[in-house]
Design a protein around this ligand. Structure first.
Ligand code: NOJ
Ligand code: CA
Length: 678
């Protein structure tokens, strides 16, 4: 019996408590070491409520539960508790790729059975998985005569924070989907927010509210009702109920990671643990790695996706990028605008896109062979323009084309405004769906399954939010889902605090295709990017993805080859990860050990202020000597001036007994490779 399974068998201990007297409450349980406490109770008018404590302090006060339906009375009042069970589980499992190889999954599960006291007497279970660093809970609704099908208008789940705090959040349901900057406001001033939303309470405790395993359900935003209470706000359906379910069903897990500080929330494995194990089997055909691409020049407006005199994806350009990748040990080259369908206005309309039909000036067979000879693979791009059904109709030919041309990864895109995804049902009915609605949650699973058949991994832009599904579908290797580097080309650039915000919000969802490494620090029309060079390097460690772009052009890299060495060296797959310090939106330092090796890499990024960070190197193996290659902001570096290019590159011998002082310039960062001495 594998060790993991044996552990589960030994540790799974089910304690069933006989049915409680009607209305009896509260039902309580704690996490394995007692840090987190949960209580479920019935209060006035029979409202079912749950509450959460940490180290005995209230975090979530009594918060209501239930559902509104479009065609049936709500489930809300007159509830009774009819029973409960607890179960302990302690297991470990391994990620095929990731920030950690080995993940421990140690929780106490509490299931509370609830039922309406009078007709229609519908019932549901509330299942909690309680970890020492947070919890997830979900509704589990059995098939029952009075709820054969559920047409959900809204979920009534509340998150009534017991006290105010500072919240980092971005607005939900606006036209630009997830691509907004983070707001920093009192919790008591939050509007309607996407999750993850991260909250720092007065005593420093951090709470990240999100959801795990979002499949066949619509994505949950949260809307503040009164004071410090947030309530679930499900993504709309296309003129229909927000969620439609039949038979037995469950909601995704509503999750709260709770820790002493910002680094503590990043270190949690709760999101991954609340997802189902790998359904795709052996995915060792996917090799994490970097890529360059025919891309930044398009984002800057110098080349075009469409055919014509500025067309980017020409044989000549692609060969140049393949040569550059081969010369620098970069295994992949992304090509956008290689296929027929981009001419004209493709925004919000991808119905002309054909992902098996290259343009005349992109010779796919020749380029595949050329790349293969040099040990490089192309990454194909599938921009759907939001025409998701049109994409589904060509899955087989698109992924076959990709496999036939030796691709391992495709990048997908859904560029259209929120609520403008085109769904066409088999009977021809056309509907406008939301990127994070129930239908799209299923669309992305269909992409994962269709791509896996051809051993293709994918990286989705304008995606549904990440909820840890990379555990279940490990070919869904990355996604965008926030403002990435592309915004640094345009007016309204990402401010210097953006990445220190991302780490403790968006990055809790899983890998992000941010596309770092623009060492020229210039966007369109030579506009200045609000970063130092060293910070661009640090992003390779700080913002995790198993597929990471070196986003700048070969000509620009040629001018920065000293700094580019870090991009060449840095891996994209890790044995373990430590967040060494951090404050949301201010600064963060992360160290990671390469998968299967002894070298460590460190990245630190700040905001618009200068920072001096004291970093003990105790993560290094004791007694071992490391040659540290340090890429730091020059003493005069500053994102506001031409000195954004000031970078100092130096070597030192260091051990785990040393402490480093890292000086981050305004808008700056630092990147270090620790090479273990043989
Ligand atoms: C937006 C994506 O984020 C970007 O990476 C892509 O190049 C364009 N859409 C075109 O698909
Ligand atoms: Ca985008």
């Amino acid at each position: 019996m594998p060790f993991g399974r044996m552990m589960t068998a030994l540790c799974a201990l089910v304690v069933a408590v006989p049915a409680l007297a009607q209305n009896a409450g509260p039902v309580t349980a704690t996490s394995p070491d007692g840090t987190i406490g949960v209580a479920v109770d019935i209060v006035q008018d029979g409202h079912a409520v749950y509450s959460v404590t940490r180290k005995g302090k209230p975090i979530i006060a009594q918060s209501r539960l239930g559902f509104l339906f479009t065609d049936a009375p709500k489930i809300d009042r007159h509830m009774t508790i009819t029973g409960q069970e607890t179960r302990d589980s302690d297991d470990t499992w391994q990620q095929p790729w990731g920030e950690w190889r080995t993940i421990r999954n140690h929780f106490r599960e509490l299931t509370v059975h609830l039922k309406e006291a009078d007709q229609p007497a519908r019932s549901y279970d509330l299942k909690f998985r309680i970890y020492d660093d947070g919890l997830g809970f979900r509704y589990e609704v059995p098939d029952q005569p009075n709820l054969r099908s559920a047409n959900i208008a809204e979920e009534l789940t509340e998150f009534a924070f017991a006290s105010d705090g500072t919240a980092w959040w971005k607005p939900a349901f606006l036209w630009n989907r997830e691509e907004y900057l983070y707001e920093k406001t009192p919790l008591s001033a939050v509007g309607t927010a996407d999750t993850p939303i991260t909250i720092k309470l007065a005593d420093g405790t951090h709470v990240a509210l999100h959801e795990a395993a979002l499949t066949d359900y619509s994505g949950m935003a949260v809307a503040r009702s009164t004071g410090t209470t947030l309530r679930a706000a499900l993504t709309p359906g296309a003129g229909r109920p927000k969620v439609v379910k039949t038979g037995a069903w469950t909601t995704p897990w509503r999750t709260m990671i709770i820790a002493d500080d910002a680094p503590g929330i990043y270190m949690s494995h709760l999101m991954l643990n609340l997802n189902e194990p790998n359904k795709l089997g052996d995915v060792s055909w996917f090799k994490p790695g970097k890529f360059v691409g025919v891309w930044w020049n398009m984002i800057k407006g110098e080349w075009s996706w469409a055919r014509g005199p500025k067309h980017g994806a020409t044989n000549e350009h692609v060969k140049q990028y393949i040569d550059f990748a081969a010369a620098n040990g970069i295994p992949q080259v992304l090509v956008e605008g290689w296929n027929v369908g981009w001419d004209g206005d493709w925004f919000g309309n991808g119905n002309a896109m054909d992902f098996a039909k290259p343009t005349e000036d992109f010779d796919a067979d020749m380029l595949t062979a050329y790349a293969k000879k040099k040990g490089v693979r192309l990454i194909g791009h599938h921009e759907t323009g939001g025409s998701a059904s049109h994409y589904e109709a060509q899955f087989d030919k698109a992924f076959k084309f990709a496999a036939d041309h030796n691709y391992m990864v495709v990048k997908t895109g859904y560029v259209t405004d929120a609520g403008q995804i085109e769904r066409v049902d088999p009977d021809g009915t056309k509907l406008r769906e939301w990127h994070e609605g129930q239908w799209m949650s299923n669309h992305f699973i269909r992409v994962a399954e269709a791509a896996a058949k051809y051993k293709i991994a994918f990286d989705s832009h304008e995606p549904i939010k990440g909820t840890g599904l990379q555990r279940t579908y490990p070919n869904w290797v990355a996604r965008e889902g926030s403002r990435g580097m592309e915004y640094n080309s345009w007016a309204g650039k990402n401010p210097p605090n953006h990445e220190a915000n991302l780490v403790f919000t968006r990055m809790l969802e899983g890998p992000m295709d941010f596309t770092p490494g623009v060492l020229s620090l210039t966007g369109s029309d030579n506009s200045a990017i609000l970063s130092t060079e060293a910070k661009q390097l640090a992003l390779y460690v700080v913002l995790y993805s198993p597929v990471v772009m070196a986003a700048d052009t070969p000509e620009n890299y040629a001018k920065h080859m000293d700094a580019f060495k870090f991009i060449r060296d840095v891996p994209t797959d890790w044995e373990e990860t430590r967040v060494l310090n951090g404050e949301v939106g201010d600064y963060v330092t992360i160290a990671r050990r390469v998968r299967g090796g002894q070298d460590w890499y460190l990245g630190a990024v700040g905001n618009e202020q200068a920072h001096t960070l004291t970093v003990p190197l105790s993560f290094l193996t004791p007694g071992k000597r490391y040659e540290a290659e340090i890429y730091r902001d020059g003493d005069d570096a500053d994102y506001r001036t031409e000195k954004r290019h000031s970078i100092a590159i130096e070597k030192r011998v260091l051990t785990g007994a040393d402490t480093l002082t890292l000086r981050l310039a305004p808008g700056g960062g630092a990147a270090i490779r620790f090479k273990a001495a043989k």
